[in-house]
Design a protein around this ligand. Structure first.
Ligand code: 5GP
Length: 187
């Protein structure tokens, strides 16, 4: 039996997964993107309903109470969660789907969908390079950068156990490697 695949792509913040996912989706319009719900503020350039559904804390709580999330995590001060309706959208259409989630979210998706989930970890070349990237994108203040770096250490430990690991020392190579892994599951 061929199940539509759910590709959970994860990396520490600044690890490059958002850029990789963007290109893979452009090259593969047949793959859907799971739009998560979050309570974090919208960044400039983001659009509600495209990168995320941006919700208030109350709206997010309602999703939890109504059991509308496949998984959710509190990261830093904000909540992020995968919507059950997004997963249903893919499975009903028989389409593959990409999830941009943290390591724990990827594990939860794997537990709920053991036949469909494929976990891919994007590994930054080093913590120093991760720090440089976080600083250069200028979207977080110093306190947030420090929090993301300390969390990155935990994420790197968990990510090491993922079945697919891609070292992002060169973005175009990392994109191609991710695409190759995904393609190997598309029949
Ligand atoms: P950012 O604020 O930079 O967009 O995302 C912060 C972190 O939250 C990233 O590691 C991203 O992958 C993760 N994330 C985004 N959506 C979800 C989700 O639905 N569930 C989980 N567990 N993590 C998510």
């Amino acid at each position: 039996m061929n199940y539509p695949k759910l590709f959970a792509i994860t990396s520490p913040s600044g690890g490059g997964k958002t850029s990789i996912i963007k290109v893979v989706l452009e090259r593969h319009p047949e793959i859907k993107f799971s739009i998560s719900a979050t309570t974090r503020p919208m960044r400039s350039g983001e659009v509600n309903g495209r990168e995320y559904f941006f919700l208030s804390q109350e709206e997010f709580q309602t999703l939890i109470e109504h059991d509308e999330l496949v998984e959710y995590e509190q990261l830093y001060t904000d909540y992020y969660g995968t919507l059950q309706r997004e997963v249903n959208r893919a499975l009903q259409a028989g389409s593959c789907m990409i999830f941009d989630v943290d390591v724990k979210g990827a594990r939860s998706i794997q537990q709920k969908y053991p036949n469909e989930a494929v976990l891919i970890f994007i590994m930054p070349p080093s913590l120093e390079i991760l720090e440089q990237r976080l600083r250069s994108r200028k979207t977080e203040n110093e306190e947030k950068i420090q929090r993301r770096l300390s969390r990155a250490k935990m994420e790197l430990e968990i990510g090491k156990t993922f079945p697919h690991i891609i070292v992002n020392d060169d973005l175009s190579r990392a994109i191609n490697e991710t695409e190759n892994i995904i393609q190997s599951y598309l029949s």
